[in-house]
Design a protein around this ligand. Structure first.
Ligand code: FAD
Length: 506
C-alpha cells in the first residue's frame, strides 16, 4: 500500500503530508543523513498508532512505520524512508494536534506515574514533583522522550544503584508490528515487555509507560574533584559505585566523570561548573603533572531535603570525600534545587544555541567498555588516538551489571562492572581540522578499530551498524532471542527500519 492511501483508512485526520512535517521527520540531532518519509502521523491516541501499524501490516505491499520521539538520535534511527513517521512527541508542546492530551497520571500511594510514550522526561519530572515524587533513574538531558530512552536504556549517574531507566518500569502499553495494542509487564505478556525495553523500537511502539517513583529530594550538593592519575580516578569511581551493595552505608546518589583533554568551544557543556563561582584555573592547582596531558574529573552528588541542617550534610559529604584520593584543593562544590540539577544540560543547550553550535552535525560515539580493559582504553584512546586534542565533552563512568535485567534486549559487556565512555562531538566551522565531520568520523572508526585489534570487547550504546552481520556480532549470544522476538512481534519488519537491523519484507 502507498501510505497516501491511508487517507481512506480512518487515521486520516492526523496524517500530514506537509513539507514542514516531512522535513522535520527526515532529520535528527545527529544531522548526519536525511531520509524522507511519505507522511507523518500526529496520533491522538494509542488507537491511532495501532490503526496505522495494522494498515501497514495487513496491506499487500506494506510500508515502514517508525515512532519518533524527540528525534535526538544520531544516525537516523527514527527515520522511515518512504513510509510513515509517527511523531510521538511534539517540540511545540501541543502533543496531539487537535486531540486530547494524555497527561502524566501520578499514583502517590503506589509511587508510580503513567505517561504517554512520547512524553518528554522534563515533563515527567515537573508533573511528579507536584506530588513530591520523582523517577529514580535519569538521563543527563531531559528533552528526550520516554519511548526513545526506554528503547535504548536511559542512563546517567544514578544507574549504578537504580539501574538504567529500563530497570525502573512497571508496565508498558505497546502497539506491536502486527498492530495489536497490548499491555505488558513482568507478569503479563512478559516476553514482549522485556523485548521492548532496550529493543531499539524493533518490537513495538510504546504508547504508555508506568514508571517507578521515589520521594523527591529537594536539594543537591554537586561536587567535582580532579585527578591526574587515571588508575586513582577509576579506583575511586569503582569504590563509590560498590557502596550500593552495602545496605545502610553512606553513599553518593550520582556518580559520573569526564575526561579533560582540552577546552574547545563545545566543552563548555561540562566545564562551566569551574567558573564563574569557582574561578579556579585547573593549572593553578599545583597539581602533579597530568598523566599524559589528560585530567579526569569525578562528578558526584548528594541529595538532601531543605530541612537538613547544613552541618549534617557537610559531615556526610566530607566523610565520603575523605575516602577519595583526588588532587588536594581541587574540590568544587555547589548546592542547587533538585530540578535544576537534573535539568542542567538544558542550560548548556541554550548557551550553545545562542552561539549557533547546537544545530550542527554530531558524530557521537558511545561505548560500554569492560572494567578489565578501561586502563587500556585510556592509554590507547584518551592519551593515544585523541592526541591531546578533544572535540566536545568526554564522559566516563562505571555501572554495576547486576542492576541490568538480562531479559531486556539491551546489550552490555559481560563483566560485573563496565564503563560508559561517551565522546559527544560536534562538527563545527572553526577552520581547525579536528572540528571537521570527516576528521571526527575517521577518528570514531579508528577508536573502534583500536578496540577490535586490542581485543577490548566494547559494545556500542545507542548502537549504529549498517550490515546485519555487525548486528549479529553486536548482540552476540542474544542475537537468537532478538531474532525470534522480531519474528513474533514484527514479522513483516515494519517498525524502526532506520535502525538498519532488518530489511523490510516489502
Ligand atoms: P528518537 O530519536 O525519536 O528515537 C530513537 C529510537 O527509538 C528510534 O528507533 C525510534 O523509532 C524509537 N522510538 C522512539 N519513540 C518510541 C516509542 N514510543 N516506542 C518505541 N520506539 C520508539 N541517553 C542516555 O541514556 N543518557 C543520557 O544522558 C543521554 N543524553 C543525551 C543528550 C543529548 C543532547 C542527546 C541528543 C541524546 C542523549 N541521549 C542520552 C541519547 C538518547 O537517550 C537517545 O538518543 C534517545 O533515543 C533519544 O530519545 P528521542 O525521544 O529523541 O528518540
Amino acid at each position: 500500500m502507498d501510505p497516501t492511501e491511508l487517507f481512506f483508512l480512518g487515521v486520516d485526520s492526523r496524517l500530514s503530508f506537509k513539507s514542514s512535517d516531512v522535513e522535520t521527520a527526515s532529520v535528527d540531532f545527529g544531522m548526519l543523513g536525511k531520509a524522507k518519509p511519505r507522511a507523518v502521523l500526529h496520533p491522538a491516541s494509542a488507537d491511532d498508532v495501532a490503526r496505522l501499524v495494522k494498515a501497514a501490516y495487513e496491506s499487500a505491499n506494506g510500508f515502514p512505520v517508525s515512532a519518533r520521539g524527540h528525534g535526538h538520535s544520531i544516525n537516523g534511527q527514527a527515520q522511515a524512508v518512504n513510509g510513515v513517521v509517527i511523531q510521538m512527541s511534539d517540540s511545540e508542546g501541543t502533543r496531539f494536534g487537535s486531540g486530547k492530551p494524555f497527561l502524566p497520571q501520578v499514583k502517590e500511594k503506589e509511587k508510580y506515574v503513567d505517561v504517554w510514550g512520547g512524553e518528554l522526561w522534563i515533563q515527567v519530572l515537573k508533573s511528579t514533583l507536584e506530588h513530591g515524587l520523582a523517577p529514580k533513574s535519569w538521563t543527563d538531558y531531559l528533552y528526550l522522550s520516554v519511548g526513545g530512552t526506554l528503547s535504548n536504556a536511559g542512563i546517567s549517574g544514578q544507574a549504578f544503584h537504580h539501574g538504567p531507566q529500563i530497570s525502573n518500569v512497571h508496565e508498558l502499553e505497546v502497539v506491536t508490528g502486527k498492530g495489536e495494542l497490548l499491555i505488558c509487564s513482568e507478569e503479563k505478556n512478559s516476553e514482549l515487555f522485556h523485548a521492548v525495553l532496550g529493543g531499539l523500537g524493533q518490537f513495538g511502539i510504546i504508547t504508555r509507560a508506568r514508571i517507578a517513583l521515589e520521594a523527591a529530594p529537594q536539594k543537591v550538593r554537586w561536587i567535582r574533584v580532579l585527578y591526574s592519575d587515571f588508575s586513582t580516578f577509576t579506583r575511586d569511581q569503582e569504590y563509590l559505585i560498590s557502596l550500593h551493595a552495602q545496605p545502610g552505608s553512606q553513599k553518593f546518589d550520582y556518580v559520573e566523570g569526564f575526561v579533560i583533554v582540552n577546552d574547545g568551544p563545545t566543552n563548555t557543556w561540562r566545564s562551566s561548573f569551574f567558573s564563574p563561582r569557582n574561578p579556579v584555573k585547573i593549572n593553578s592547582l599545583g597539581a602533579p603533572a597530568a598523566d599524559g596531558g589528560v585530567l579526569y574529573c569525578l562528578e558526584i552528588t548528594k541529595n538532601y531535603d531543605g530541612s537538613t541542617a547544613s552541618d549534617i550534610i557537610d559531615k556526610e559529604v566530607n566523610s565520603l570525600l575523605k575516602k577519595l584520593d583526588f588532587i588536594p584543593g581541587s574540590a568544587f562544590t555547589t548546592d542547587l534545587p533538585y530540578e535544576e540539577f537534573l535539568d542542567r544540560v538544558h542550560k548548556a543547550e541554550l548557551r550553545l544555541r545562542s552561539k549557533g553550535v547546537w544545530d550542527v552535525p554530531h558524530p557521537w560515539l558511545n561505548l560500554f567498555v569492560p572494567k578489565s580493559r578501561i586502563a587500556d582504553f585510556d592509554k590507547g584512546v584518551f592519551k593515544g588516538i585523541l592526541g591531546n586534542q578533544a572535540n566536545g565533552p568526554i564522559l566516563i563512568y562505571p555501572m554495576n551489571k547486576n542492576k541490568w535485567d538480562r531479559r531486556s534486549s539491551v546489550v552490555i559487556p559481560d563483566e560485573e562492572v563496565f564503563y560508559l565512555v561517551a565522546l559527544l562531538r560536534s562538527a563545527l566551522n572553526t577552520g581547525e581540522e579536528i572540528d571537521t565531520l570527516e576528521y571526527l568520523e575517521n577518528q570514531n572508526r579508528q577508536i573502534l578499530r583500536f578496540c577490535d585489534e586490542a581485543g577490548i570487547i566494547v559494545k556500542q550504546y545507542l548502537p549504529h551498524h549498517t550490515r546485519q552481520q555487525e548486528w549479529v556480532d553486536h548482540f552476540g549470544d542474544k542475537w537468537g532471542q532478538f531474532y525470534q522476538r522480531k519474528m513474533e512481534f514484527d514479522p513483516r519488519h515494519i517498525l524502526a527500519t532506520g535502525q538498519l537491523i532488518f530489511e523490510p519484507s516489502f
